[in-house]
Structure formats: structure tokens, C-alpha cells
Design a protein around this ligand. Sequence first.
Ligand SMILES: Cc1ncc(COP(=O)(O)O)c(C=O)c1O
Length: 409
Amino acid sequence: MRESSIDWKSVREDFPILDQQVHGQPLIYFDNAATTQKPRAVLEALRSYYEHDNANVHRGLHELSSRATEAYEAARARVAQYIGAASPDEIVFTRGTTEGINLVAQAWGGKFLRESDVILLTEMEHHSNLVPWQLLAERVGARLRFIPVRDDGTLALEQIDQLLTPEVKLFAFTHISNSLGTINPAAELCAKARAVGAVTLLDAAQSAGHMPVNVQELGCDFLAFSGHKMCGPTGSGALFGRAEMLDAIPPWHGGGEMIVSVTLEKSSFKKAPHRFEAGTPNIAGAIGLAAAIDYIEGLGRAAIFEHDSRLTSYTLKRFAELPGMRVLGPIGARGAIVGFVMESPHPHDLTTFADQRGLALRGGHHCNQPLMRRFGLPGTTRASFYFYNTIEEVDRMIDILRDAARFFA
Ligand SMILES: Cc1ncc(COP(=O)(O)O)c(C=O)c1O
């Protein structure tokens, strides 16, 4: 695959945190599926907001409050544009993917799901796209159904017609698996769901910062993502909901900001999206997220995907050299995530061994306990990349893993 003309090594200089030693070795940060690092542009946007414009939004009739409100609403418009939403009103700011999914489960699900309705999920869901539906199912008496995962880490889509039946009222699934790297055919699945009248929710936690994501092209009803997994601040994120979906949902949190009028007995509520943002929002987070989007779009999501893919396929090729290495997930196209197990070290021991050499990996179940059980594993070690990672870092990881295999043997 031909690399784009971006000088990826110089891109690293935008990330001050990468320029450090950990345990006496240059830091290699391969835990990007958990959270990504932040470029100077995002750090500067946060600093500038707090230094010049900090005030509460939609409240004070003073200059700073107007500036804060303007920047916050401009951030909403930026997010809408980034994912192809028809209007900023289709964007609810959240703390991240988890909160977005909980909003839909509690507010939409609480209103529209009934006993014996079916919620269709997949066996590869992150706990964030599983536990909220379990809670809802228990509350309303709905049933959960799952698309199994094949041995190669893809969904068993030959079963989709038996599983996606008219009783399915909601189909929620991940765009990219955080353990397997599998990229699910989201547009095709949303179209199939629409054909049986099911509402769709796409978990874009691992895709929103890594590849082009456009809600019109995907045809989903809801989409949730986290700002911190795409260069933005922690505690930032957004939920997209098609206008008619959000308009039909009651509030889920009550408080300031989301009301039109309040008496002691009763309140009336603002329209979407403000109805879903009770209390003082994460104003700086939204502004930082918009700065992250500007930064990512400056590189281009197609170029980021190409760079990610190059690192991932190089890693898979080099992993084949290591004895006793088992890699999870598809051989072909996948996200920038490689989960693996080695014969001797347990994932936790391996992660600690790597950390001592400056390499940040992740070991454990990755909030995917049912998926780990499906593969008969207590957990895996995961290397996950972003555009500031390099081939040389992958080479260094291979050396460390080879040393680990020797050490633990
Ligand atoms: C696929 C997937 N969904 C949801 C989440 C939850 O994201 P957050 O913790 O930012 O809410 C994650 C986080 O790792 C994830 O990988």
C-alpha cells in the first residue's frame, strides 16, 4: 500500500508527551484503543479557553458567557460536520461512548421498548454496549439476542436473517472491535435492520478517530463516540441521533440548562439536544474536541486509516516470526488493533515486562469478558496504534516480545 505524502515522524512533534523516557527507555505508546495522546493544538485550545473565555454557557448575559456559549455551540456544529449529521441539533455532548449508549438505553429504550421486544447485539461488544442493554432488558422485560463471532473474529453474518427478525426493535453493534480489530460492515447491517423496522445504534468508539465516519452513508439512527480516543480531552464525546429520534425521546437527566419553565410541581423541557444536557456541561471538553477534529481533519481520516493499516499489517507479518504467538481477529482489513496471546507469559506479566522497557501495551479482558470466554481465554495482550506510531516502534516491540518469550520460558 502506498503511504500518503504526510511526514508522520514530524507529526510526532505535535505530541509533547511522546518525547519522554519511561523506565530509562524511549516511550512507545501502543495503548491507543484505551485512550490517545493529545496534540499541542488541543492543549492550546483548552488553555486559551480557560485563560480568556471561561464562563458558564447559555446563562450569563455578559461577554465571557457569550464567548463560551458561542465556542461551545460552534464545537457542536464542528462535530455535526465531522460525522455528516444533517444539523448540529442532532449532536448531544456526552462524557463519551458509554454515556451516549446509556442515554439511548434509558431514555429511548425506556420509552419505546416493551416486554418480549428483542435487542440485538453481537458477541464482540464492549461492556459499554452490553451492560446498559442488560439493565434495560431487566427493567422492561425485553430479550437480548446476539450475533455470534466466528473463529476468525468476524461476525457470523450467515445467521443474520434468523437473528434480525421483526421482533428486533433495536440493533446496537460496534463499528470496530476493541479486542479483535474487526471492522464490521456497518452500512450493510444498518440497511438490513431498517428493512425489519429496527432502530440502529453504532458504537464508533474505535472508528471515529481512525477512518471516515459519515452517519448519512452509514444510515444509522444513533452513533456514539468518545473524544479522548481521537486526540480530544477525557470526559468529552458525542451522541448523534437522527432529529426525529431525538425529538421523540424524553429527558434522561433533570436539572438546570435543559428546561423551558419550572413550577414546584412540573417542568417543561427544551428541544433536543439541550434537553439531554442537564447541568453545566463539559464546555472545555467540547472546545477541545472541536480542536481535535480540526487536527485530525488536517491530516485526513483516509490518510490516518492508511497509516494505521500499514502499521497493523506490518505487525501481523512480524508476529508470524515469533514462536507460540496466537493473534486474534481477521487476517485482512482491520482497525489499528492487534490482540494476541503468547505461549509463556500471561498477558499481565507480559504487559509489566513491556512496561519495564518503555512499551505501553494493555493486558486483560479489555471490557470484553464474554468475547474472551468465546475464545477460551482469560485475556489477551493488545497493541493498538495511532498515526504518531512508527514502524521502528513496531520493530522494538518485536524485540521486546522475543526477549519476553525467552525470559518467561
Ligand atoms: C468499542 C468500545 N466501545 C465503548 C467504549 C467505551 O468508551 P468510553 O470509556 O470512552 O465511554 C470503548 C472503550 O474502550 C470501546 O473500545
